[in-house]
Ligand binder design. Structure first.
Ligand SMILES: Nc1ncnc2c1ncn2[C@@H]1O[C@H](COP(=O)(O)OP(=O)(O)O)[C@@H](O)[C@H]1O
Ligand SMILES: CC(=O)N[C@@H](CCC(=O)OP(=O)(O)O)C(=O)O
Length: 300
């Protein structure tokens, strides 16, 4: 392949674009950014490669990126292949013993290692871990209260082996921060009862970002951000508006734990959270290293 000849003006224009990243690199130098890569944003090899390149570039630029991944659609595909039925309540998968085994296999086994490998191919160094490793995240069993938007009747749902982080130990992540290695975390954790728990990846990312007092928590999903009833992007979302949209059913499904996590993470000391479209190539770089902030910004 031959590189097309470029004029001096074109080369200067390229250098000028690169130099525009400098103020952002200085702003985020040594800062922790937790990036949650949702299962809906994955699936396309080119997008995965662009994501891995962005994460590698962040680490080499002096930031401390921590990747948390989901894999809901991939778990669905494996469960249906195995003939196991699955249901959600309030955005959380109702998880019996057979399901939690599949969740661990898909998240910690295939998806985690695939992301690690893609980062390696991009020139970075990554290590795949779950909440169990280094006793990083312990969880307690949760139930979920679901409100029917038509009748407004509340019911409590037992979710089975679904956990909520109760304690986060950051030692391993602190060691990795000082190294060249990027942590890639799968939201599978142990409970104090010795059982394995399925943790929603958004909830897990929020707990990690809170414990690390991250400067930014980015949620990469498959929509431009939080949308209103007319499907328009909400550029900045307040706590009161989020609650109203959840109560009205405008925010539903997987967007509920995402939005709830945003506010919990801010309460724990995260500076700002952004929900953005991970289907846009290099969305992480665009969000952090350019002035083109996209998506829904959530600040205290
Ligand atoms: N108000 C809303 N704005 C945007 N997306 C919403 C809203 N309510 C529900 N959703 C759904 O939330 C989905 C994103 O959450 P989720 O399915 O958990 O994705 P991910 O795998 O990225 O975590 C969107 O694809 C959309 O279908
Ligand atoms: C309890 C619960 O719902 N766990 C999720 C874990 C994966 C996840 O959250 O993946 P996404 O980020 O792609 O949605 C699940 O079983 O689907």
């Amino acid at each position: 392949m031959t590189t097309p000849h470029k004029s001096e003006a074109e080369m200067i224009a390229e250098a000028s674009i690169l130099s525009k990243a400098l103020p952002y690199m200085l702003r985020y130098d040594d800062k922790t950014v937790v990036v949650k890569f949702g299962g809906h944003a994955m699936g396309d090899a080119a997008l995965g490669k662009a994501f891995a390149e962005d994460i590698t570039l962040l680490k080499l630029s002096g930031l401390n990126p921590v990747v948390v991944h989901g894999g809901g659609p991939q778990i669905n595909a494996m469960l249906s292949k195995l003939g196991i039925k699955s249901e959600f309540a309030g955005g959380f998968r109702i998880t019996d013993r057979a399901t939690v085994e599949v969740v661990e296999m898909v998240l910690a086994g295939s998806i985690n290692k695939e992301i690690v490998q893609t980062i390696t191919e991009a020139g970075g160094r990554a290590i795949g871990l779950t909440g169990k490793d280094g006793n990083m995240v312990t969880v307690a069993r949760v139930t979920r209260t679901v409100v029917d938007p038509d009748s407004m009747i509340e019911r409590v749902v037992d979710l089975g082996f679904v956990g909520e982080p109760t304690e986060v130990r950051t030692e391993v992540l602190e060691v990795l921060k000082k190294s060249e290695i990027i942590p890639v975390l799968a939201p599978v954790c142990a409970g104090a009862d010795g059982e394995t728990y399925n943790v929603n990846a958004d909830t897990f990312a929020g707990a990690i970002a809170g414990a690390l007092k991250a400067t930014r928590l980015l949620f990469l999903t498959d929509v431009p951000g939080v949308l209103d009833a007319d499907k328009n992007l909400i550029k900045e979302l307040s706590r009161a508006e989020a609650q109203r949209l959840i109560d009205e059913g405008v925010i539903s499904g997987g967007m509920i734990p995402k939005v709830e996590t945003c506010f919990e993470a801010l309460d724990r000391g995260v500076e700002a959270v952004v929900i953005l479209n991970g289907k846009v190539p290099h969305s992480v770089l665009l969000e952090l290293f350019t002035e083109h902030g996209a998506g829904t910004l959530i600040t205290p």
